[in-house]
Design a protein around this ligand. Sequence first.
Ligand code: FAD
Ligand code: NAG
Ligand code: NAG
Ligand code: NAG
Ligand code: NAG
Length: 493
Amino acid sequence: MKTFGVIALATLSVGALAETIHTKVAILGGGVAGISAALNFTLNGMNDFVMVEARDVVGGRAQTAKLGNTTIEIGCNWVQGTGTNPINQLRLKYDLKTAVTSSSDLAYIDEHGKKVNATDRMNEFNDIRGKMQDMGLKRLAANQVDLSSRAALAINGWIPKTPMDNAIESFGYDLETGETAEVGSLEFSSLNGEASYVTDFGPNSGENLMVIDQRGFKYIFEQEAARVFKKGDKRLMLNTKVKSIAYNNKGVTITTDKDTIIADYAITTFSLGVLQHRDVEWVPELPDWKVEGLYGFHMATYTKVFLEFPTKFWDDVEMTLYANPNRSGLYSAWQNMNAPGYFPNKKDNYIFMVTNFQDNAYHVESLTDSQVQAEAMEILKKMYGNDIPEPVGIVVPRWTQDPLFRGSYSNWPIGELDQHHENMVAPLNNRVFFAGEAMSKRYYGFLQGAWFTGASAASNINQCIKKRCPTATYYPKIFNAKAKGVQVKRNVV
Ligand SMILES: Cc1cc2nc3c(=O)[nH]c(=O)nc-3n(C[C@H](O)[C@H](O)[C@H](O)COP(=O)(O)OP(=O)(O)OC[C@H]3O[C@@H](n4cnc5c(N)ncnc54)[C@H](O)[C@@H]3O)c2cc1C
Ligand SMILES: *[C@@H]1O[C@H](CO)[C@@H](O)[C@H](O)[C@H]1NC(C)=O
Ligand SMILES: *[C@@H]1O[C@H](CO)[C@@H](O)[C@H](O)[C@H]1NC(C)=O
Ligand SMILES: *[C@@H]1O[C@H](CO)[C@@H](O)[C@H](O)[C@H]1NC(C)=O
Ligand SMILES: *[C@@H]1O[C@H](CO)[C@@H](O)[C@H](O)[C@H]1NC(C)=O
């Protein structure tokens, strides 16, 4: 009896702090997908929801840092695809300052530190990439089996032979997908590129605009969030970390580090990396078909290293490619942040930025800032000689190591089918819906992917509330493409 009394008292004191919140929908995560979902509900007159975000701000992977006198983007940086792309529409709405970036304004430094002209080889690569994209789309339409981007590059005549070839490829391919051609799906990366840059957003929408606005890329998302949540709105639960999600066919119970939320529906917008790492517990455990879907995809990493210098010693072009002889892509693609139209080309703004991918990114993230600086300086001395000054500032984002993201954006690896993707996206019991960049088949990796999937999850739930949930597809079993293709009886050509 006595023991019982102590427990009851303990429960009571916890209960006094922790609240139980009842709501129709819990939006989990306050990034672009979460904001888009909240806005869709609001514009549809549905206001009975909360948004739970672990950080003290909304915006998710849209994040800035300060280096010298400049606000820099440590996460998303480009509006990729213009025209009717909703991200481009927000750019226009808020007059976000951007620079047109061109991937042909390049300088090249070879493995001996010599300036060379590799324009012809770069053009050759770009040409092959175009052919490869056409091939991917044709194969997808014809229902042919997927192959790696590496195989597709080879079929179209790209066999990298020199360190410069590697630098060109890592700039022209890895920079986009965050992973190397060995692991990337040809068919779905072709669809991904075609959708954003060619087909979906109207004529002449294939532009890349780099955000240089000193309010930060996040500004446009904060402003959209402010249309939903006025100051002090209790529905916006910042600094609140989701611990577990319990679901059945009646509803969802979310346990956070502060409260319990009892909802009819939930939308998770957590990154694929967070979902794969099981930072959030599922009760009951996720079904096998969902796990198969989630783990079919990759969370890629793209790590920028920003260095500020007291003087500017690099070329005035936008990008300088260094042919690293030891490791393809490592400290290889350098961007001049003071190129015409970028940041002011003056003292306290001189920034040279290098981007690393996949294993190179993991390597960089594992070092301290001063170790990264030392490695980068060794490379820069090989490129420009020993007389260059030491940096006065450095910023190294570490997306893989951040438990709220665990990588930068998702990538579609070779061999995964539509069906795997549908399993990843399919709701659980028509109660837990999945949104976020990775859940977009056409625009995975891009901000518009996050935006569209957030709206779509909200719109689906609205249908559930009003009438009946839309039909969702998932595949309890996924079968091989016919393992033995059509045999052609003729001599091998
Ligand atoms: C380095 C980098 C460069 C990029 N470049 C571009 C680009 O140029 N163009 C482009 O279009 N896209 C780019 N992207 C991708 C783009 O940023 C993403 O597609 C988009 O921001 C994803 O939004 P989201 O809402 O799906 O996910 P997120 O932004 O990850 O939102 C999920 C939210 O959930 C929160 N969260 C996580 N765990 C918990 C928890 N347990 N409890 C509560 N909250 C939690 C997170 O804090 C986060 O705010 C880039 C991304 C990175 C990292
Ligand atoms: C940069 O900022 C510092 C202080 O933050 C200021 O003293 C300096 O004048 C600024 N430099 C330029 C070029 O704007
Ligand atoms: C490099 O070569 C290309 C094609 O051969 C040429 O058009 C271009 O002007 C050259 N660039 C420089 C900087 O010399
Ligand atoms: C490449 O490796 C060699 C041998 O370890 C080393 O001497 C050289 O400095 C390295 N070059 C670069 C660009 O890292
Ligand atoms: C909500 O999202 C759906 C699905 O994307 C879209 O068709 C609809 O127009 C959106 N509604 C509003 C009011 O934005």
